[in-house]
Design a protein around this ligand. Sequence first.
Ligand SMILES: [Fe+2]
Ligand SMILES: [Fe+2]
Length: 193
Amino acid sequence: MLGLKLPTDPRWVNIVEKNIEEILTDHAFCEQKATSTAISLIVSFPEYTELVQEMTALVKEEISHFKMVHDKIIERGWVLGRDRRDDYVIELLKFFPKGGSRTTQLVHRLLYAALIEARSCERFRLLSEELKDKELAGFYRNLMVSEANHYTMFLGFARQYGDKKEVDAKWQKLLEYEAEIMANLGTKETVHG
Ligand SMILES: [Fe+2]
Ligand SMILES: [Fe+2]
């Protein structure tokens, strides 16, 4: 449904289940980064009016997700820890060459965002289906739907602002590259680990 080439091994959920505090901490910062990404797209590409409008709405939605996760942390008697290193995102960034036209840069940032939304959505779906903690499973089910919509929006903007054929070809290459990264992951209790 998301075009991802390599599904996450469901055993990843068993790892997550042993350390809910860790996944919630990492997840809270994923929502913070999604908020920051939306703000930074507004700052970098202010002349794309439709994008700015959608990113403004997205900032509100992602920061509300951050609060939802933070509330879960508080409910369970924990305190938000420091941000975790995201090896997945570090590897993903290596796919995109530096430079290029302004449109190319925009397309790259949109595809990068689309992919992170898609993989997050896939991980949330797995959590919603496999977690023994049904309250938390329901929480992830709702978030999964939001992230699927974000994935569609970012990919749609990339196709709208870039050359559709080139964008589609690049997206396919990116999906293949991402599958190679994922082959070495699924071992940590983080959203993309
Ligand atoms: Fe989110
Ligand atoms: Fe999102």
